[in-house]
Design a protein around this ligand. Structure first.
Ligand code: SAM
Ligand code: SF4
Length: 328
């Protein structure tokens, strides 16, 4: 079992398999994109599989594949095949923008992917384009429809932003009426790759909840342990919705996760900086035992919460890198 210096059990790895993406969501990266990591500096799938195996032997049992857009990297399906067969890994989930996902759903179902978080910030084609800067709304919607027919649990991630998609909050909730989907409203964070431009369209959790309650009678649901979302349902509706206080950071006390960036940097907090680079350790010839010791070492100096981690960043510079380089 892996435990950090605050007594929190760590069993969840978020693995960003690439920093590349075919969309340009304005809250994640600038219009011209970000400076991608050189190909040779990215972890290979072989290196990622080794790390998942080593971390799995130490207590990691749940892995989320994210990015960048996971499905733009060649070899992703074979990699998923490999990690879903590892005994220690009991759950593999994926976060995707849904643009290349539809045709892969039968294979993802067959390999036992438990849940897919589909990022969808608007149900309106024009607003979707304005946010993502790409005309791929129809592709994402057909992925959504195929997903709800599949055995994979579907969650929709919607970043809530003033002046961008407030109109979509109620229509997203209507999706939960007849489908067993979980819509998750996410507070905007400053991870947009624009050097301190911040998250100026941010709506805090409280405001989102008040907005929902203005129209609906809602019921609080029991949150799963370590859940980042505070979850609810609407009377008579089949699905549920949740709010993720990603910026106000109310859930750090039970945080059970670590992150590996596409170039192999391990982050013990989204808001902090990398603590060790596992790509370098692997390429320097470290044994599995030594890799494990390095993981334990950084978990022993883990910050208490996202505020402390942000304060300790080099030069106390505010978090501003693109989420595609960390894995959301
Ligand atoms: N490309 C995939 C996708 O969009 O689902 C996976 C990577 S993306 C970085 C993962 C999640 O991070 C998405 O749901 C996205 O909406 C969220 N995200 C990105 N930038 C964010 C920001 N500045 N604030 C809040 N959420 C953000
Ligand atoms: Fe790409 Fe996901 Fe970032 Fe949008 S949020 S630009 S889809 S990585």
């Amino acid at each position: 079992m892996l435990v950090d210096n605050h007594g929190r059990e760590i069993n969840y790895l978020r693995l960003a398999v690439t920093d590349r993406c075919n969309l340009r969501c304005f809250y994640c990266m600038p219009e011209h994109g970000i400076k991608y990591v050189n190909r040779k500096d990215l972890l290979t799938f072989e290196e990622m599989a080794r790390l998942v195996r080593v971390f799995g032997s130490m207590g990691i049992s749940k892995v989320r594949i994210t990015g960048g857009e996971p499905f733009v990297r060649r070899g992703i399906m074979e990699f998923l095949d490999e990690i879903t067969q590892m005994d220690a890994i009991r759950e593999v989930n994926i976060t995707t923008n849904g643009t290349f996902t539809k045709d892969k759903i039968p294979r993802l179902e067959a390999m036992g992917i438990k849940s897919i978080n589909l990022s969808l910030d608007s149900l309106d084609k024009q607003r979707f384009f304005d946010i993502t800067r790409r005309d791929l709304f129809d592709d994402v919607m057909s992925t959504y429809h195929r997903l709800v027919e599949s055995s994979i649990k579907v969650k929709i991630n919607m970043v809530v932003m003033e002046g961008r998609n407030i109109e979509d909050i109620y229509s997203m909730l209507e999706l939960t009426k007849n489908e067993d989907v979980a819509v998750r409203f996410i507070e905007e964070m400053p991870f947009n790759g624009t050097d301190g431009q911040g998250n100026s369209s941010f709506w805090p959790m409280k405001q989102i909840l008040e907005h929902v309650e203005r129209k609906y009678a809602i019921k609080k649901l029991q949150d799963a342990p370590n859940s980042t979302s505070s979850n609810y349902s609407i009377d008579g509706y089949k699905g549920s919705f949740g709010i993720i206080a990603a910026y106000t950071r109310t859930f750090c006390g039970t945080c059970n996760r670590i992150r590996l960036t596409p170039q192999g940097t391990l982050r013990t907090c989204l808001y902090g900086e990398g603590k060790v680079n596992f790509r370098d350790l692997i390429r320097d010839g470290m044994t599995d035992d030594e890799l494990g010791q390095n993981l334990k070492r950084v978990l022993n100096v883990r910050e208490k919460d996202g505020f402390e981690a942000e304060k300790l960043r080099a030069g106390a510079s505010p978090a501003s890198e693109s989420m595609a380089t960390i894995g959301g």
